[in-house]
Design a protein around this ligand. Structure first.
Ligand SMILES: [Zn+2]
Length: 572
């Protein structure tokens, strides 16, 4: 790629001329230019009569993305990088930059405001002049790649506690690059401030000990060893490393720094920065290195912060029956969004041919679907408890009593039944049982070729009709049957029964809609929950002919009691 000033001839000259026409002293860094980058040094006068020494750094990708402007002689409390001293003239997102703008225009419009708000502690005076977002300083302490130490953002350390020790868990056979979690925090007398964390422990069983201190502000050192050097002035005990933690190929010394950080707009709370000193023959005899480890917030409330509408499902129990093309996405979505307990039932084994529309590929081949789903969720979503039933429901060959026992365990205390069995007999059974247990029932299935599909909800308090009413409604056309490919059946070699053709990305259209319906039912009555549905049945049409691709179309229907169905109208 040619440099930007050649791709956009005249652009650089225009920017320089514009500055000079305004009487601004500007110099181009010739050495940087020879090395392929544009850096300008300038002295910019503000309306307030201040002349600010600045350097402007243009990226290779200019003008698609904007320049950075540094103020090396200033120390602003906000809107300035701690080490680079770059100013927050425009918001981080690229849409804050207009490609037709210039350095002069940005400085003229923004510099005075940034200086004023950056120096002000008067929130009322500046609230309307700046983005109302937190400016956390730990982001400037670049963490070592492949490291993280997890905490729970909900932890609160007694503000009178100044120092102590803490336990970090790591995986077995870990090296000096620490990926782990804080398991316990103690004060200097050994009294526990944060009790041991069992969720983190299950992931990180190997224990390391570290020391922590509370400070009012972080040392302004970007190098971790220099950071510790400066920290040791206040806390001399930290000067000398403690090599009591052995890891693969060496030893580590862990230091936690508790400090006030802006986690909400202009509001500080306790935050953690972790420093690791490491020793290894591979670094050289007696040589130590130091690095900042990334801090990760992994408490249950940290994980649901991005999905507030469904945050309440952390205390809910859901059963998913059938882990085929429609069922597996539901199991994963429920776990991903933090459902408290997930019960899954399926009898099937992952065949190589089914991996084209399943959640996992060849690592799962030959294994039972329930086990694969349980193991994946257990190792990735710590707050979801999975109970799996590897069982085929409804077989006359099952020992007497087994189905009854399993169904009792499956339904006991569950708050929603998600039926992706795609078996008419099983749907009928599970929908009746859900009604008996008084819980919402949701079923989802696709049609041949995955040209269409249906989702239905039978809600004990909202849906007048039953599963059989739905079948009668399909039969007489009051609810239309979803489209299917007339040639969309196939019996793959070695398969006991025929199956539908159809791709995973078409089938998942059905799963996703059913999951929305499930989330709606699970958060019903919760303030600011997922939206309510005033319909019960969704019919999907992805296409009606082989040739034409249409936008997915969902039609929704209220499921009323069908006159031909002998059921009692549940909702008057
Ligand atoms: Zn009915």
């Amino acid at each position: 790629m040619k440099p930007w000033w050649e791709r956009f001839p005249g652009r650089l000259e225009f920017e320089l001329d514009e500055l000079r026409e305004q009487g601004i002293e500007v110099r181009q860094d010739e050495k940087a230019f020879a090395a392929g980058s544009v850096i300008l040094e300038l002295w910019f006068p503000t309306d307030e009569g201040e002349v600010v020494h600045l350097t402007a750094h243009y990226p290779d990708t200019y003008p698609y993305t904007r320049f950075e402007v540094k103020a090396p002689d200033l120390a602003l409390g906000r809107h300035m990088g701690v080490f680079e001293k770059n100013l927050c003239l425009l918001g981080q997102a690229t849409d804050n930059w207009n490609t037709n703008s210039t350095l002069f225009r940005v400085l003229e419009k923004e510099l005075s405001t940034v200086l004023m708000t950056g120096r002000s502690d008067d929130i009322e005076a500046v609230r309307h002049l700046e983005e109302n977002q937190a400016d956390p300083e730990s982001v400037y302490y670049t963490p070592q790649k492949d490291t993280i130490i997890l905490i729970d953002g909900a932890w609160a350390i007694d503000s009178r506690k100044e120092q102590g020790e803490f336990t970090v868990g790591i995986a077995k056979n870990s090296t000096s690059l620490i990926r782990g979690a804080v398991l316990e925090i103690r004060d200097e007398t050994g009294e526990s401030l944060i009790p041991s964390n069992q969720v983190f422990e299950s992931y990180y069983p190997e224990r390391l000990q570290g020391r922590w201190v509370r400070v009012d502000s972080l040392p302004r050192k970007h190098n971790a060893l220099e950071f510790l050097e400066e920290l040791s002035i206040q806390h001399p005990a930290l000067k000398k490393a403690r090599w009591n933690n052995n890891v693969k190929g060496g030893a580590v010394d862990l230091i936690g720094v508790l400090f006030p950080e802006e986690l909400d707009y202009r509001k500080k709370s306790d935050s953690w920065l972790f420093i690791v000193r490491a020793q290894s023959p591979s670094f050289g005899i007696g040589k130590e290195i130091g690095y900042f480890a990334r801090t990760g917030r992994a408490g249950q409330t940290d994980l649901s912060a991005r999905v507030p509408e469904v945050a309440s499902i952390t205390s809910r129990k859901v059963a998913v029956v059938g882990l085929g093309g429609v069922g597996w996405p539901a199991a994963l979505e429920l776990a991903r969004n933090g459902v408290g307990e997930l019960r899954v039932l399926d009898h099937d084994v992952v065949e190589p041919g089914t991996t084209v529309r399943w959640g996992f590929g060849f690592t799962a081949v030959g294994r039972h679907k329930t086990a694969v789903i349980r193991e994946f969720i257990n190792s990735n979503y710590p707050y979801t408890n999975v109970i799996d039933f590897d069982h085929r429901l409804g077989s006359g060959l099952n020992p007497a009593g087994l189905d009854s026992t399993i169904l009792s365990e499956l339904f006991d205390g569950v708050e929603l039944m998600y039926d992706a069995s795609a078996e008419v007999g099983i749907q009928h059974l599970l929908s009746d049982l859900a009604t008996e247990f008084g819980i919402p029932y949701i079923c989802a299935s696709t049609r041949q070729g995955a040209w269409g599909g249906e989702v239905a909800r039978i809600h004990p308090a909202r849906t007048a009709g039953c599963w059989n009413c739905l079948q009668e409604s399909f039969a007489d056309g009051t609810i239309p049957t979803p489209p299917g490919d007339p040639a969309g059946m196939l019996q793959p070699a070695g398969c006991a029964s025929p199956t539908f053709t159809g791709t995973s990305f078409d089938i998942q259209e059905v799963s996703l809609f059913a999951i929305r319906l499930a989330m709606s039912a699970l958060t019903e009555g919760v303030a600011d929950g997922y939206p309510k549905a005033d319909w019960d049945v969704g019919i999907l049409s992805l296409r009606t002919t082989k040739e034409e691709l249409a936008a997915p179309r969902w039609d929704t229907f209220v499921l009323t009691k069908h006159p031909k169905c002998p059921c009692k109208n549940k909702v008057p």
